[in-house]
Design a protein around this ligand. Structure first.
Ligand code: GLN
Length: 194
């Protein structure tokens, strides 16, 4: 059984822990480098990417996270987590760092403000059984990707789900719905490395 951490510096940690538990994984929060060292894969939740970035630096987690991702640990970022996995942010706040791992440029808050949040059915080629219900909350989109990146889904003509080797990312929050197929897909990615 894979042990999958959820980066618990900030954001909707509990919802991911619940979703992972239904995907035949042992799920636990990760705040410190020692905890990171003990997991087989990691989810980076939604929240606020600037705050998450600052807390990652403060908790001494940024470099350990970069090292694990570079070394091939499976990682899945949702919304702010997608931003954290981007090699480049189009409009970063000052001092905003990312873990990186996906050769892409992201635009923060691209789908509009908090009160323009919405739900949409997103067709994802890699996921069987019909579209996934995605919750978009001040969601980013992906402006462009490098040659190594697979685009898994688009919404309204914009890229909203990508994968590059061990790194998976979605603009939206599947953990806020009862549909946990993306968590299952990620848990399978982790299982394949064990
Ligand atoms: N707009 C937020 C950010 O820039 C992300 C929002 C979310 O994670 N729901 O980090």
């Amino acid at each position: 059984t894979p042990v999958i951490g959820v980066l618990a510096l900030q954001g909707d940690v509990r919802e991911h822990l619940t979703a992972l538990a239904t995907a035949d994984a042992v799920a636990r929060p990760v705040r410190r480098p020692e905890e990171l060292a003990e997991v087989d894969g990691l989810v980076i939740p939604g929240g606020e990417s600037t705050t998450m970035s600052k807390l990652a630096v403060l908790f001494g987690m940024l470099e350990p996270l970069r090292e694990r991702v570079r070394a091939g640990m499976p990682v899945y970022g949702t919304c702010a987590g997608l931003i954290m996995l981007a090699d480049k942010i189009l409009d970063p706040r000052s001092g905003q760092e990312t873990i990186g791992g996906i050769d892409m440029i992201v635009r923060r808050n691209a789908f509009g403000r908090q009160n323009e949040s919405f739900e949409a059915a997103v067709a994802i080629g890699a996921i069987e059984g019909g579209p996934v219900e995605g919750v978009f909350i001040r969601a980013p989109w992906v402006e462009s990707v490098g040659a190594e990146v697979s685009v898994l889904a688009e919404h309204g003509g914009h890229i909203v789900a990508v994968r590059q080797k061990n790194a998976l990312a979605t603009s939206f929050h599947p953990e806020l719905t009862g549909d946990h197929r993306l968590h299952q897909y990620f848990a399978d990615m982790v299982r394949s490395t064990l």
